[in-house]
Design a protein around this ligand. Structure first.
Ligand code: PAF
Length: 285
């Protein structure tokens, strides 16, 4: 094994053996779950996990159960060798890339499902039915397989972060969930593996999402009506060529209606051509 290589495991027993050895040495384990095609946003999560743990495991698994019919499961970029190289360079200790069979023995229809009903049919859950059930199920399985002390999830997927926190509470999983700040391109576009689907022209227009977030957050922060701010944000996005799924001002901790005095957030999901992008910004920092 060269100095730059990272150990890879593909099955649960090999994963457990490696982690048991660390634990026997009294080491604290951090975990970064991903679907691969790693970019600077993911690698910042590895750095964050490292700050909370002695050893870091990253998983790469394109989870079929969180994609709906007609979504991009088949064409989702799979770049395992490049991911392994990037993880090794970042000092990640173990790459867990389970096979479909290791994750879903007997098929991805699965015999067990995990749901967080309070959060899974609003916003992205409304436009992607079943998505958060797939996320909650695979994250519960991954946390159970790795059994980390700490797991890191990006704030860009804010609703996912809340779903994960709720499932950890609901299932009494002994893991600390640490949120990772969104990493942005210089023009404000949140890093995402899906950005590479954008044509050069779409990429130029994609900054409108962050611009809209900043404007909506600013308007609400300075006392403006959240509904009016949402409408203005949506119309700015439409002018930039987006089909808007939602521009929503919500309570940050439960996605309920915004309440002054509690942390609020603005969330956007919008489509440019065939590419669906999401992003969010906390209003009350
Ligand atoms: O955020 C992601 O990449 C995925 O939803 C996750 C958490 C790895 C589950 O498949």
């Amino acid at each position: 094994m060269s100095a730059a290589a990272i150990e890879r495991v593909h099955e649960v027993p090999a994963l457990r053996a490696r982690i048991a050895a660390w634990r026997a040495g009294g080491l604290r384990v951090g975990f970064v779950p991903t679907m691969g095609n790693l970019h600077a946003g993911h690698l910042a999560l590895v750095d964050l996990a490292r700050r909370h743990a002695d050893r870091v495991v990253a998983s790469v698994f394109v989870n079929p159960t969180q994609f709906g019919p007609g979504e991009d499961y088949a064409r989702y970029p799979r770049t395992l060798d490049a991911d392994a190289t990037a993880l090794a360079a970042r000092g990640c200790d173990l790459l867990y890339a389970p096979t479909l069979e290791a994750m879903y023995p007997g098929g991805s229809a699965g015999t067990v499902e995990v749901r967080v009903p309070a959060l899974d049919d609003v916003l992205c859950g409304a436009s992607r039915p079943g998505h958060f059930r797939g996320v909650a199920t695979v994250v519960a399985k991954l946390l159970n397989q790795v059994q980390p002390d700490v797991a890191v999830f990006g704030e860009k997927d804010w609703q996912q972060l809340l779903v994960v926190r709720a499932l950890v509470r609901g299932l009494d999983l002994p893991v600390e969930i640490v949120p990772g700040p969104t990493v942005r391109e210089p023009d404000g576009l949140a890093m995402s593996s899906r950005n590479q689907y954008l044509s050069p022209d779409e990429r130029r227009r994609a900054r409108a999402i962050h611009d809209a977030l900043v404007r909506v957050a600013g308007a609400v922060r300075s006392g403006g009506d959240p509904l009016a701010a949402e409408r203005a944000g949506a119309s700015a996005l439409e002018s930039a060529g987006f089909t808007v799924d939602y521009v929503a001002v919500r309570s940050a901790d439960d996605l309920g209606p915004p309440v002054r005095g509690r942390p609020r957030i603005v969330l956007i999901a919008a489509r440019l051509g065939a590419t669906r992008l999401i992003d969010n910004l906390l209003i009350d920092q």
